[in-house]
Design a protein around this ligand. Structure first.
Ligand code: PMP
Length: 422
């Protein structure tokens, strides 16, 4: 039998050109520094009455204040958990239990799988699920929501900002409409926190809101669910009195303390961070436009996150592009996910009616407040050279006939087969 390694053995990696900040972010040094004492001397259980326990309890409550300040809500409305997947699951089940006589859920086709898969599973348990459409720019139609919503609607669950395109939904208007019908509102704000101002005052009709620490320079495996005061709430995890009985289990103190610091920075310096991200994003887009022919930017270019660029390069394969970028130290995400050998086009770009051929050469680049101009310029140079190389190798006719539309879906099949052999 092979002996198990005693522990992880880290091989030093050169600093990557990191443009995958919607997948996860670099932990802020301030967050790491704040959590370090909790990995050693301060290991008490925050639910213990002794001094060691009460020290960690105190640190959790300080973190709660920072998160509440970021969201502009009350500290008692913040429930710490393991991240946005748990937050989304919890909010959906809690809303349905709070409206037991209603059997209709409304969401959007472009939601994250931690919402879509939950509501789809509920469809087989007696719920009617409406998935709203989006147009080519990624926006839902408020008139469609108005037509679908009724006195039977228990929950409207919509993301604030899309993780693939950065397109924003009008959460205020959605909340107002839902309230007219007595439906509860859940907003997945995993991509909004740290990139947009979130003011959960009484005037915003949101009952539940999900955030995740690792999306705004905290740690993975930690997040928070906002539950508005007065909303009937059933915990998903039972078996302990933690988090005011709203989420059982000993708290992830390390993650929570790091999240508190990440939230403090995101709140204090939001305008500055947004400005930095927007500058880098715009430089990246301008640079790509100057350097690379035949590309399209997906999604509304106005109402969107300051950090996200979703781009389709015609006549190439996004997965091949990703592999060649990876070989040069570039981290990004493709618009088609390669799962068990088959290419699955992004459900978000599909819902936006993007031609499959264009989805296929799509990549998402996301900057953060730590992204530098030098990194953006290096990325543009490298991507330009890789795209040119892939196009030289491409079996497609990239001349005028297909230049407007990109390859047809039949050509794409041919293309995939060609790449499989190459
Ligand atoms: N919702 C959105 C919009 C996301 O982008 C993500 C992360 N990709 C999640 C939910 C899940 O977050 P977590 O990793 O914290 O479970």
């Amino acid at each position: 039998m092979r002996a198990l390694a005693a522990g992880p053995r880290w091989v030093h990696m050169p600093t990557p050109l990191y443009f995958d900040n919607n997948a996860t972010t670099f932990p802020a040094p301030e967050a790491v520094e704040a959590m370090l004492p909790l990995l050693g001397e301060f290991y008490g259980n925050p639910n213990s009455q002794h001094a060691l326990g009460q020290k960690t309890r105190h640190e959790i409550e300080v973190a709660r204040e920072h998160v509440a300040a970021l969201l502009h809500c009350k500290t008692t409305e913040v429930v710490f958990n393991s991240g946005a997947t748990e937050g989304n699951n919890t909010a959906i089940y809690a809303a349905l239990q709070a409206r037991p006589d209603r059997k209709h859920i409304i969401t959007v086709k472009t939601e994250h799988s931690s919402v879509l898969e939950v509501v789809r599973s509920l469809a087989s348990r007696g719920y009617r699920v409406t998935e709203l459409n989006v147009d080519r720019s990624g926006h839902l139609d408020l008139d469609e929501l108005k037509n679908e919503i009724s006195g039977d609607t228990a929950l409207v669950s919509v993301m604030w900002a899309n993780n693939e395109t950065g397109v924003l939904h009008p959460v205020g208007a959605i909340g107002d409409m839902a309230k007219q019908f007595g439906a509860l509102v859940h907003i997945d704000a995993a991509q909004a926190a740290g990139k947009l101002a979130i003011h959960l005052g009484e005037e915003l009709a949101i009952d539940f809101l999900t955030i995740s620490a690792h999306k705004f320079h905290g740690l993975k495996g930690c997040g928070a669910l906002f539950v508005r005061h007065g909303t009937a709430f059933e915990p998903l995890l039972r078996g302990g009195h933690q988090e005011g009985g709203q989420r059982a289990g000993t708290e992830n103190v390390v993650g929570i303390v790091a999240m508190g610091q990440a939230a403090r920075l995101a709140h204090l310096k939001l305008d500055q961070h947004v400005e930095t991200m927007r500058k880098m994003r715009d430089r990246l887009q301008r640079g790509l436009l100057d350097k690379v022919q035949d590309l399209v930017f997906h999604g509304d270019q106005v109402s969107r996150l300051p950090n996200t660029v979703s781009v389709g390069f015609k006549f190439i394969d996004g997965e091949a592009l990703l592999m060649m970028m990876d070989a040069q130290g570039i981290c990004a995400t493709a618009g088609s996910a390669c799962r068990s050998g088959s290419m699955e086009p992004s459900h978000v770009l599909q819902a936006m009616d993007t031609p499959v051929s264009s989805i296929h050469g799509s990549v998402r680049f996301c900057v953060s407040r730590y992204t530098t101009q030098a990194e953006v310029d290096e990325l543009i140079e490298k991507v330009g050279a890789i795209v040119a190389r892939l196009r030289q190798m491409s079996p497609f006719d990239t001349s005028a006939a297909t230049a407007e539309t990109g390859p047809s879906d039949a050509e794409l099949e041919q293309h995939k087969a060609w790449f499989a052999r190459a």
